[in-house]
Design a protein around this ligand. Sequence first.
Ligand code: SF4
Length: 198
Amino acid sequence: MLAINEEFLSYQGEGELAGTRMYFVRTQGCGVGCYFCDTKYTWKPEKQDVNEKDIVKRARASGAEWVCITGGEPLQQNLVRLVNEIYKANLFVMVETSGVEWHPVLKRFHWLCCSPKDLFTTKNYSLHKRFIEHAHEMKCVVTKEEDIDFYIKLLEGYSGIKTFQPVDNNPEIVKIIAKRNLKDWKIRIQQQKVMQLR
Ligand code: SF4
């Protein structure tokens, strides 16, 4: 059983899979504490009372081919049963995590998107180094120019997709990133906000 904040059908708005129709499963509970968090309503841990099989039944009924497990911080709960059920239903599964904790189930995700929050957390937290090896994508929120240099150093040796995401889709931050003209780094905004989707 899991603590779930909400489930809904929409289009992925962030990162490499932007534009893909997905069934979103937003977990409840996050102890990372980023100051710019736009889902603060998920922070408080709550009772784990949602059955994994029922979640996947709803995902299948939605018609989406992908399930996106997001949060909150999904890795604060045990996702093994949910991932098993998603596989049984022949759906694809991705996760959006801050990289705060590593669990072997992460190797089963078809897409593992990690957004390191070392710069923004109010807690004692740093990116778990297993993500450097296994994440398909690193989505790095930029709030000022110095953040860019921090991420370049943090992700030395990482060979997956590297994306800068300007905080709040701020056009001034987009300019700052673009001026750096960095090879191997993409810029992606949060499309769901522009399209007024969830
Ligand atoms: S990790 Fe995500 S959900 Fe948790 S505080 Fe940071 S932005 Fe919010």
